[in-house]
Design a protein around this ligand. Structure first.
Ligand SMILES: Cc1ncc(COP(=O)(O)O)c(C=O)c1O
Length: 328
C-alpha cells in the first residue's frame, strides 16, 4: 500500500523524496505469510517446517569451536575468506566454469546484492531494462536511487530494445522460476539476451535464488555460465553480475547471499557494502560454512524439492477442479 498523506505529514523536517514515493507492500506480504491460517503465494517464502533447525544448531556449536571470538567480530567487507572460497568453488562446480574468490562478494542475502548494485550503478533518472513483471524486492532496493524502467519481455522483439539497452545502466532478469511468475526462460532467449547485452556494452544482472529448486528436470545453464564459457580461462571478467543465496535451499534467516562479478565490480560493490553494513554477520557466515561443509544441503534440497512438487501438484489439481471456470 502506498504511504498515506497522514503517514507523510510532519511538523519536523520533510522526509526524503524517495520515501514519499515508497510503499510497504513487501512488509505486508511478509506479515501475511506469517499467519498460520493463510498459505501465502505472494512471495518466495520457503516452507519453514523444512528448515534444518537441528543441523544449524550443531553447525553453530562447531562454528564457535572453530572460530571462537572471530565468529563474533566484525569481519572483512568481502566476507569470511573460507566461505568466499567455498562459494567460488560451488559456483565453479554448479556453472561449469572457473570463478575465483576475487569474483565473489558475500552479502546479507541476495537482497543486499540488489541494493549494492543500485548504489554502484544508478544515479537519479538512470535507465534499467527490467524483466516484466519485475521482482518487487528489486524495485524496493532501487527506489532510493530513483531510476526509470523499461520493460523487458523475453520474446525480445521490441525494435527499440537495442537502443534502450545501450542507454541502460543494466538489464535485470530472473531466468530461473522468476518471481513473481515462476517462469523458466529457455536457453535461446537467455543466449539472445546475453548477446544483446554484450553488443550494447551494458551490465546484465542475473538474479538466481531459485536455482536449487528444480521441480521438473534441469533448469538449463545460467547466463553467467554461457558468458564465462566463451571467455579465456582465468578470473571471470564478463558483464554478468550474478546473485546467489542460501535463502531458498537452506534458510532465509541465515541471510547469506553472494554476488559473482568481474573483480573490479566486486571491489566497487565492496566499497558500497562498507558504507552499508561494514560486513555481513560473521556468525551467520561461519555457521553457513559449517553447514555447507557438512554436506547436508544436498539431502535437504532433495527433500524440499519433493515436498514442493507434491504441494504444487495438489494446488494445481485443486485450482483445476475448483477455479477452472475463472481462468483459461
Ligand atoms: C528474485 C529474488 N531475488 C532476491 C530475493 C532475496 O533473497 P534473499 O533472501 O537472499 O535476500 C528473492 C526472495 O524472495 C527473490 O525472489
Amino acid at each position: 500500500m502506498s504511504l498515506s498523506q497522514a503517514d507523510l505529514t510532519t511538523d519536523r523536517p520533510q522526509y526524503s523524496a524517495w520515501i514519499r514515493s515508497s510503499n510497504n507492500i513487501t512488509q505486508q506480504f511478509l506479515s501475511i505469510g506469517g499467519q498460520p491460517d493463510i498459505i501465502s503465494l505472494a512471495g518466495g517464502l520457503p516452507a519453514d517446517e523444512l528448515y534444518p533447525v537441528e543441523a544449524i544448531k550443531q553447525a553453530s556449536v562447531r562454528a564457535l569451536d572453530r572460530w571462537g571470538a572471530a565468529a563474533l567480530e566484525y569481519g572483512p567487507v568481502e566476507g569470511l575468506p573460507a566461505l568466499r572460497a567455498a562459494i567460488a568453488e560451488r559456483m565453479s562446480r554448479e556453472h561449469a566454469c572457473r570463478f575465483d574468490a576475487e569474483n565473489i562478494l558475500l552479502t546479507t542475502g541476495a537482497m543486499q546484492g540488489l541494493d549494492l548494485i543500485g548504489k554502484v550503478l544508478i544515479d537519479p533518472g538512470d535507465l534499467i531494462v527490467a524483466q516484466f513483471p519485475t521482482y518487487l524486492g528489486a524495485l524496493d532496493a532501487w527506489r532510493t536511487r530513483q531510476p526509470v524502467y523499461r520493460k523487458l519481455t523475453w520474446n525480445l522483439d521490441d525494435p527499440d530494445l537495442p537502443a534502450a539497452m545501450r542507454a541502460a545502466k543494466f538489464v535485470y532478469c530472473v531466468p530461473n522460476y522468476s518471481n513473481p511468475t515462476g517462469a523458466l526462460v529457455n536457453q535461446n532467449a537467455r543466449g539472445a539476451l546475453l548477446s544483446r547485452a554484450i553488443a550494447a556494452k551494458t551490465w546484465l544482472v542475473e538474479d538466481d535464488p531459485y536455482l536449487p529448486l528444480q521441480l521438473d528436470g534441469s533448469a538449463g545453464s545460467s547466463i553467467l555460465a554461457a558468458d564465462a564459457a566463451t571467455r579465456e580461462c582465468g578470473t571471470y571478467d564478463g558483464p554478468v553480475i550474478y546473485l546467489g543465496t542460501l535463502s531458498k535451499s537452506v534458510a532465509p534467516g541465515l541471510r547469506v547471499g553472494w554476488i559473482v562479478a568481474e573483480p573490479k565490480m566486486i571491489q566497487l560493490l565492496a566499497l558500497a557494502k562498507q558504507c552499508s553494513d561494514l560486513s555481513s554477520s560473521m556468525f551467520s557466515q561461519a555457521v553457513a560454512l559449517e553447514y555447507l561443509e557438512s554436506g547436508a544441503e544436498a539431502e535437504l534440497v532433495s527433500r524440499t524439492v519433493a515436498c514442493y512438487r507434491q504441494r504444487r501438484d495438489a494446488l494445481c489439481a485443486a485450482a483445476q477442479a475448483l477455479l477452472s471456470e475463472w481462468f483459461e
